[in-house]
Design a protein around this ligand. Structure first.
Ligand code: IMP
Ligand code: MG
Length: 183
């Protein structure tokens, strides 16, 4: 057994479970986009590990680009205000775009981003999220592809952070509440 980080309450998804689910998502995406030119748009920074694994599980040629948004600061709750801090490096008009996100929580980030990207005239625009906390949704948005629904808990690992920590944990785990409730 691998050693669990002392700040992690419990592991929700092991490295093996994540790998198996990412393979399934990749296969579903490859089936849907066969014969098309897919552009994966990773939302920095949380999606970078998921995107790296997902693009290799989608056995089709695909291009990759990134956007970064700020809405969270270093806290554990979304503010509802979203800023684009890094935009795409290409025009997406006429392209089949799949947004790749780490987690869909209040929905504020993806609600805003899908509106912004849709105005740029892509051929299609869909969303793939590794994790989804449906209980916390404030905006009417759902993912077209979803790894796992999870309960309302703050999770870290596999790209997800708390105050820039824990991203490199190979599993997804629930963070001990004393870590983020500390003054
Ligand atoms: P939303 O705008 O509330 O849907 O929040 C989406 C963003 O908040 C995600 O891309 C994450 O960066 C962050 N986030 C939401 N929940 C968690 C969590 O449990 N752990 C780590 N980051 C989270
Ligand atoms: Mg994020």
């Amino acid at each position: 057994m691998e050693q669990i980080h002392e700040d992690v309450e419990r592991v929700l998804f092991s490295e093996a479970q994540l790998k198996a689910r990412v393979e399934e998502l990749g296969a579903a995406i490859a089936a849907d986009y066969a014969g098309r030119a897919l552009l994966l748009v990773g939302i920095l920074k949380g999606s970078f590990i998921f995107l790296a694994d997902l693009c290799r599980a989608i056995r089709l040629p695909c291009a990759v680009d990134f956007m970064a948004v700020s809405s969270y600061g270093s806290g554990s709750r979304s503010s509802g205000r979203v800023n684009i801090t890094k935009d795409l490096s290409q025009d997406i008009a006429g392209k089949d775009v799949l947004i790749v996100e780490d987690i869909l929580d209040s929905g504020n980030t993806l609600f805003y981003l899908t509106q912004v990207l849709r105005m740029r005239g892509p051929a299609s625009l869909r969303v793939c999220t590794l994790l989804d906390k449906p209980e916390r949704r404030e905006k009417d948005i759902r993912a077209d592809y979803r790894g796992f629904p999870i309960p309302d808990a703050f999770v870290v690992g596999y790209g997800l952070d708390y105050a820039e920590r824990y991203r490199s944990l190979p599993y997804v785990g629930i963070l001990k509440s004393e870590i983020y409730s500390r003054p």
